[in-house]
Write a protein that binds this ligand. Structure first.
Ligand SMILES: Nc1ncnc2c1ncn2[C@@H]1O[C@H](COP(=O)(O)OP(=O)(O)OP(=O)(O)O)[C@@H](O)[C@H]1O
Ligand SMILES: [Mg+2]
Length: 221
């Protein structure tokens, strides 16, 4: 966990959408909160609010014990399950990077640590000219890369590491999620191969009962 402007933090990205960024960010936030830290959470934009289920900002708030409002956690929130640049365009607006920087600074100001979640993967556009990767660079926090433990993950994960490092981002760890209770020969080899070829620490998170954060194993970053 590194400090950009005082408050230490991490930026949780992933190889794609639906790989478990929110779950892993929630586990990191919960781990910090259980150590007695005041934890802020942040997500630049949430899309798909019209779909069923707990929102990313609600799970992040619950896991961290934060009392931030929806607006303070996620300044831009949209109904359609689309890339943020498109969801914003459908609402006749454009995501403003400066507003994101300001909101992240304000979230971090009152906290001992901040856990940020990206949107989709690193090269997803937040606006037509501003990618998630640009935001990660501007915020200055090291990355956690969430990936599947299954077949296909070596390529997706190594591509993401290359893209991150190409932009000068530091990668703290890859987290394979959800790690199966009974792995085949594939998952342990994926873990070892990503660690070796990606020259990176690799952690795992098992299938969790999301309704009970106190049952989650800690993940120290
Ligand atoms: N370790 C886990 N234990 C239980 N459920 C999980 C776990 N990881 C992921 N899930 C479930 O898989 C789905 C996708 O996870 P999650 O929402 O964290 O992905 P994401 O990468 O944040 O997606 P998005 O790109 O939409 O933000 C969710 O329904 C979540 O509840
Ligand atoms: Mg999410």
């Amino acid at each position: 966990m590194a400090a950009a402007e005082g408050t230490p933090g991490v930026f949780v990205t992933g190889t794609s959408t639906e790989v478990g960024k929110t779950v892993v960010a929630a586990v990191i936030a919960r781990t910090l909160a259980a150590e007695g830290k005041r934890v802020a959470v942040f997500k630049p934009a949430v899309t798909g609010l019209e779909e069923e289920g707990e929102t990313d900002h609600a799970l992040l708030r619950r896991a961290s014990g934060s009392n931030q409002s929806d607006e303070e956690i996620a300044p831009y929130r949209y109904g359609p399950p689309a890339s943020p640049h498109l969801a914003a365009a459908l609402a006749a607006e454009e995501i403003d990077p400066e507003r994101l920087h300001q909101a992240a600074r304000e979230a971090a100001a009152d906290a001992d640590a901040i856990v940020c979640e990206g949107v989709g993967g690193l090269l997803v556009p937040l606006s037509p000219t501003y990618l998630v990767r640009d935001l990660a660079v501007d915020l200055g926090y090291p990355l956690i890369v969430v990936a599947s433990p299954s077949l296909g993950t070596i390529n997706h994960t190594l591509l993401t590491l290359e893209s991150a490092r190409g932009a000068g981002l530091e990668v703290t760890a890859v987290v394979l999620n959800p790690w199966p209770d009974e792995p085949s020969e594939i998952e342990p080899d994926n873990r070892e191969t990503i660690a070796r070829l990606g020259e990176v620490r690799v952690e795992t998170v098992p299938q969790l009962n999301l309704s009970d954060p106190s049952s989650w194993p800690p993940l120290q970053i």
